[in-house]
Design a protein around this ligand. Structure first.
Ligand SMILES: [Zn+2]
Length: 125
């Protein structure tokens, strides 16, 4: 299901980006930022519509807003902080203390393991 939703959204994004590039080529670079904002707005609108559709299906199945809030907090806390984001943050390498980029399990400088397989900083286990 998630693959479908992401693919649906990405398809729109590609079409929107192509349209944005075409507009930029036609009118010059000065409008690129405006076109990018329009592109982001279109993607947000599309995602909001997908979320509304998913929520209406869940309500039909008996889910309540409290269930959604509880799941949101659970997912938010997956990265260790209740901050409204699921984005992985950089961590300090336990071997050389360099900042290890989000998404990397091993330090990009010395190769030491810096995160567990589920993305948590090694130092926090
Ligand atoms: Zn390192």
């Amino acid at each position: 299901m998630l693959d479908f939703v992401l693919g649906y959204s990405a398809g729109q994004r590609s079409a929107s980006r192509a349209a944005s590039l075409a507009r930029s080529a036609a009118v010059g670079d000065a409008t690129i930022n405006t076109n990018r904002i329009e592109d982001v707005n279109e993607r947000v609108d599309r995602l909001a519509m997908i979320v509304r559709a998913m929520w209406s299906l869940l309500e039909e199945e008996g889910y309540r807003p409290e269930d959604l809030v509880a799941r949101l907090e659970e997912m938010d806390l997956a990265d260790g902080e209740l901050d409204g984001q699921v984005r992985e943050k950089s961590v300090d390498c336990p071997a050389c203390q360099s900042k290890v980029a989000p998404g990397l399990r091993n330090c990009q400088f010395c190769g030491a393991v810096a995160r567990t397989d589920d993305g948590h900083p090694l130092s926090s286990i």
